[in-house]
Design a protein around this ligand. Structure first.
Ligand SMILES: [Zn+2]
Ligand SMILES: [Zn+2]
Length: 483
């Protein structure tokens, strides 16, 4: 993937480090104190209802009357996913691409199968401000359908509730995450996909947008463990971020109020579109030498390889075991492409810029992952790749539906579209000179009456499909006879 050079932002001045230093001190103190919650500063009202519905398939022949999409929705989706990946008439992302737009730590906006979801929900701020060029209000304007919570710590879930309230998105997490995120009125919609007693490796179906199969697996949060063998430790050296992006009181206080947010278990999500699988894990715990770890590795291997893994590489074990744990995940998940995450400068003092981690990661992949399964490394780094859709765009072939016919009488054929009909708006079936009425909703099926039975057997079934994006095409059944 091409990485054109983008000028580094040189915002802020070095004359305000005092505020940031004070914030670090405050945050260190607050880590000792349980925190009452402070109302979120997000004030964005819920966006207006969708104006994008290309109106109306009402039965007979369809003539879509296209409404103009909400300009703010279109502008925001263009910014996060790239104009080329968004339908400018409907604001819908392309169905044949997965586009990930990074906004710090393990937080991504993802366009998948024509829909928008968030993976975790926090825009880094508090010790510094304005390093990541977005905010919770803008993320809500993307109008995500779902927000998947990997775990409940503030660097993953702090903005989840305000984004869900402003956008109407459904939160998805463990029972513990939902109990915590729903503690204040108005409680957001939250689907608990993993019960509190779920063991490591236990995997459940999770809700997702149409055309995307989602599962959630309990795994292990990063944590320190004794060195198993000598590995290169990673110790972050201080960066200039805190001087370049000093914080403000609002951001510092808001972070303070969330420092004690509980983990609530840690979930790994797998998203499948047809044969294509993307796995995202927002933490990578020590799996070696424990029963819990063995259960997670076995469950990951049972899922089969992923095309893309977006995986956390920073964690508490990096000081004693280097990148041993993230590499255990890579060996179990066997992705074709590996995208590291959680490795940026999200908390000056304990992190540094991602570029410093690149050689360490490259050596760990060489050392710990056999060549036969070693993935292509798609490295992203801060601040260059924040909100940068062209860094992580993946082509995903969309399976086309197939027309099929069943003879239900001497001159009657039941015609149907089988397979993935997610992008179908309407269909009309044709066979032996006969045409069905238009089917406008799933299951896309109609009965055809054919005048001459002998012609029916020889003639192929065709389906004239109008797709959701307004284009049309004709699909042919592979078999010529009724079955
Ligand atoms: Zn955590
Ligand atoms: Zn974290």
């Amino acid at each position: 993937m091409r990485h054109s050079s983008t000028p580094r932002r040189r915002g802020g001045s070095a004359t305000r480090p005092v505020a940031s230093a004070a914030a670090v001190l405050l945050i260190a103190l607050a880590a000792l104190v349980p925190s009452p919650s402070i109302a979120s500063t997000l004030t964005a009202p819920a966006t207006t209802g969708p104006t994008t519905t290309a109106a109306a398939t009402t039965g007979s022949t369809t003539t879509p009357t296209r409404a103009t999409p909400d300009p703010r929705l279109l502008e925001t989706r263009n910014r996060f996913f790239g104009r080329a990946n968004v339908d400018q008439r409907t604001a819908r992302p392309r169905a044949d691409r997965i586009v990930l737009s990074w906004f710090g730590v393990t937080n991504f906006a993802m366009a998948i199968r024509g829909h928008v979801v968030l993976l975790d929900a926090w825009v880094p701020r508090g010790v510094y401000s304005g390093y990541v060029p977005t905010d919770a209000a803008e993320l809500a304007r993307l109008r995500p359908s779902h927000v998947y919570i990997g775990h409940g710590h503030w660097d993953h879930a702090m903005d989840a509730v305000p984004i869900a309230r402003a956008s109407g998105a459904t939160l998805v997490g463990s029972a513990e995450h939902c109990a915590f995120l729903r503690r204040e009125e108005p409680a957001p919609d939250c689907v608990a996909v993993s019960p509190a007693d779920a063991g490591p490796g236990s995997t459940r179906r999770a809700p997702g947008p149409a055309g995307v199969a989602v599962t959630a697996m309990r795994h292990v949060h990063s944590g320190p463990s004794l060195p198993s063998e000598l590995r290169e430790p990673f110790v972050p050296l201080p960066s200039p971020t805190i001087l370049e992006h000093p914080t403000n009181v609002t951001d510092a206080l808001e972070l303070l109020s969330h420092l004690a947010d509980p983990e609530g278990g840690t979930l790994l999500y797998r998203f499948e579109v047809g044969d294509h699988a993307l796995t995202w894990n927002d933490s990578a715990g020590p799996l070696e030498g424990t029963a819990a770890g063995d259960a997670v590795v076995a469950a990951l291997r049972a899922q089969g390889p992923a095309d893309v893994q977006v995986g956390a590489i920073q964690g508490f074990n990096q000081f004693t075991n280097g990148l041993r744990d993230p590499m255990t995940y890579v060996r179990a998940i066997r992705p074709r492409v590996f995208v590291p995450t959680h490795h940026d400068d999200w908390q000056p003092g304990i992190t540094t810029r991602a570029a410093a981690m690149r050689p360490v990661l490259e050596r760990a992949l060489q050392r710990d992952v056999p060549a036969a399964i070693r993935p292509e490394l798609r490295f992203i780094e801060d601040p260059r790749d924040y909100v940068r859709p062209d860094a992580l765009t993946f082509a995903v072939p969309v399976p086309r539906p197939v027309p099929a016919a069943t003879c239900v009488g001497p001159r009657r054929v039941r015609a149907a579209l089988t397979g993935d009909v997610h992008d179908v708006r309407s269909v009309r079936f044709l066979r032996a000179g006969a045409a069905s009425r238009v089917a406008v909703r799933a299951p896309f099926a109609r009965t055809l009456r054919v005048r001459r039975a002998h012609r029916m057997r020889a003639a192929p079934l065709r389906a004239r499909v109008r797709w959701r994006d307004g284009t049309r095409s004709t699909l042919r059944a592979s078999s010529r006879t009724c079955r």
